[in-house]
Unconditional design. Sequence first.
Length: 138
Amino acid sequence: MSIRGTFYAVTDSQLARVLEGSLDGDDFLAGHSPEAPAERFSGGEAVWYELTKLLGPEDGCGVEGTEVIPEGGAYSFSADVQRISGRLSALDREELTRRYAELDTDFAFDEIYAAILGLVPFYQRLAATKLAMLFNVR
């Protein structure tokens, strides 16, 4: 089984309830709950590990880690998403290429870069609508 990483747009309330356990995170993310994430970004599923390394300085895969949702992941509340969105939007290809050169991976830069090009607008939409982000690795 290969591990994949998916980003979810959620409200601050939903995120808080998942973290405290009053909203089952597994059911919520799988769509087996009356509530559902507002949006999902799966364009970087295969390169999730590389995204965590390349976008770590910007907290692109979350400010805090969690084991509440199987198999684990990270999250950022909406106030953090505002900051992260701006930082991700400011990244340029040159900086990402420099970071990539220091990364030990079998994935081509263009494959990872394509995922980042999809992730940045996802974050911009979350920031514009004041949503939080939940990153799940499974």
